[in-house]
Design a protein around this ligand. Sequence first.
Ligand SMILES: Nc1nc2c(ncn2[C@@H]2O[C@H](COP(=O)(O)OP(=O)(O)OP(=O)(O)O)[C@@H](O)[C@H]2O)c(=O)[nH]1
Length: 873
Amino acid sequence: MSESKYRITDLAKEFKTDKDTIIDILKSKNYKVKNMFSAVGEEERAAVRAELGRTAKPVRKESLQSKSPAPKAAARPAKKEKRAAESAVAEKPAVEKPAAEKSAPETPAESAAPAAPPAVEEKPVLRARTKAPGIVIVRQAPAKTRAESQDRPRSSGSAGNAGGRSARPAGGRGGARTGAPAAAIPPPPPSEGRSESRRRGGGRGGENNAAGGDRSRNARGGARRDREERTDLRQTERSRGGARKGRKGRAAAPAPAAKVEIARPKHIKLPETIAVKDLASKMSYTASDIIKKLMLMGVMASINQEIDYDTASLVAAEFGVTTEELPPDVDPTLIPEIEDDPKTLKDRPPVVTVMGHVDHGKTSLLDAIRNTSVSTHEAGGITQHIGAYQVVCQGKKIVFLDTPGHEAFTAMRARGAQITDVAILVVAADDGVMPQTVEAIDHAKSAGVPIIIAINKIDKPGANPERVKQELMEYGLVSEEYGGDTIMVPVSAKQRMGIDDLLENILLVAEVEELKANPNREARGVIIEAKLDKGRGSVATVLVQSGTLRIGDSIVVGTAYGHVRAMINDRGDNVKKAGPSMPVEILGLNDVPSAGDILAVVDEKQARSIAEARLGNQRRDLIKSKSVSLDALFQQIQQGDIKDLNIVVKADVQGSVEALNSALLGLNKNDEVRVNIVHSGVGAVSESDIMLATASKAIVIAFNVRPDANARRLADTEDVDIRTYRVIYDALNDVKDAMSGMLKPKYKEVIQGRVEIRQVMRFSKALVAGSYVLEGKIHNNSKIRILRDNVELFDGEIDSLRRFKDEVKEVAAGYECGISIIDFRDFAEGDIIEAYTMEEIETSIAEANKAAEQKREAQAAAAAAAAAEENAE
Ligand SMILES: Nc1nc2c(ncn2[C@@H]2O[C@H](COP(=O)(O)OP(=O)(O)OP(=O)(O)O)[C@@H](O)[C@H]2O)c(=O)[nH]1
């Protein structure tokens, strides 16, 4: 070897390649080189030049590495080599901590960056990844983007800012430690402070004062030139670190021969939004890589934060990854709407809802229209479910939905208005506009349904149709004869008067509305009513809205699905198909749907998957609502000691469920006991109902349904109270009784007797009132009140009651006794002791509700009085 002038790193710089390549070239030419710090002469330089050429194109290491792997660094380097080496390492901090900590200080990254070829820059990432899971070894490391390679020092710098603060004292120490030469050393970059301070730690840093630093240098550095002092000192530190830390020291050595790279996708598909960590894993980068890139883009995002497609796409582009947006997730519970071509539409019968105040004659009117007698069959005279009927007038069909008028059915009526084309508002001519008349007007108006007024009971002596018309004007319904556009038809359901006129007017309004639907497509409809029938299973009344429903059709309704097994029309006849506006009862569903559920004909598989997806959603919602109600419960507990009477309601038809719910909740008029319906539904009482009742300590109200065998068995073991009813009022009365039982016991004071204190006797242990019972009796467990001149001095309890020396239970009028009192000694002669007891009195929920109402009224009156007083002032 010729005179040693050049370090391997110098040659690497000169020929714009990496040191390993130089070493490999020299070794392949049988020159003796140990590592990158070895010094070589002109001859070796010429050999390298010969190999690489004067242009010194960067040479990929891989071509040589296979021949001879790069040795690891061991010897102390000279200043230049060291700088170059460290500058290369300085690129690593984000991925390989030990290396960063050791190498960062010496040379600012920028000084070495131009000299470091991309292949060298790649190394830290590659090495860092060797520890990461899911990596593969590849032959060729893809060149890093410019942005990425710049990114690292910048981000490590920003991280170093924090370290920089803590490093300030370390910088000071460094100055002291190196003494005079320190002035020649450029101020360390922020990362230096951090790595220096980390490397030394507080204790050792203390040793590194000027003298200590020199001593250590002299002791270990040996004959080293002054101009190399700074490098030497650091090198000394490095050697010490290397000696002590062993593996850590070696970690700073050049890369191992094997090239390790992550297989990263060049193209990814992204959803509408994606979490940062998911984007990172899709691109095979670390989340911190992504976060850093986002920061540079001015987006501050955490690892779990969702970013939108556009942002994710920009980030991906920064890493050289192209993206494509995935189509939005399709809701698995939705059935796509089918747009009908206007040419396919055909006229369909109008769907009419009859609404009105209780007893104004809705059922009688429908009865008159259908010419049958429905009202006489109804238990208790109250309609309990929606029925749908088709009638024919002048050869045209009209469909009527019977919406009951009882207060409990308000919710159902509201729903009825949503599926109807025309609303008939029945107003009794002898009664006029009533609260539910107004409610019905609001429902119809909010649904945008035209209203026809049927002024009923015109046969009655007190009937005054004109007054009804005038009253209705207040609600914006002006009859045609008063210049308005509301059709008002006087009728008598009882006498069957005006019915034809009413029907004609319905057809007239329907004509104006141009009601059309396409009968030649798969059916869509709405459930009007559904029940569980003993022999037939789930029975649902459907109003077909478009298309034609046929026997055998595969259907999904809410969370239920199945095939149409049979269809029965409003006259009880089996039919094979049902076109638009036709109400039919269908059999074949696996479960009882709810009124208002949409029926759709879809293929069998889809029906099942949609129903199951909906069921899953329902369960999730239930869990959510349970946690909400727990909050509500906690609030109630905080508000005061309100007791809940938890109830599970099961009934044969949806109408009854709603009627019961509404009536039961109507009992919540006091501040002590409340009905809480934990669950309600159509169908037999099932095992899951009992489990729910057990968990919520509820009673089960079963209306026209029975518990199945399993439910009964479970109810027996869990001691759940199942009450079965056939009449709503019976259920209500029982619940009222139960609520009464839950009321806080009420007490009244009962005076037992009056006693006069005639002498105050002092004993060593007690002060005794020598007394005489004036009237009634005094008991040893009586509560007592001490009065002086009719002013109450004390209210408390007796300690002991004696006749002479004996403890007695009671002393009657006309007898003397000695009384000592708990916690009271200030009695005097002439004081009166009133003995009394608190007796429990029976209260009912009706009384409690009444009392609560009176209390509220009193409060309202007091507030009004206070307000009036304020105004007067
Ligand atoms: N005089 C007379 N009585 C009528 C007429 N229409 C109904 N009624 C009577 O009014 C009462 C109530 O009639 P319903 O048809 O049950 O009234 P509704 O509005 O359906 O009552 P709910 O179902 O309870 O909401 C019954 O006693 C009917 O006989 C009528 O045109 N004239």
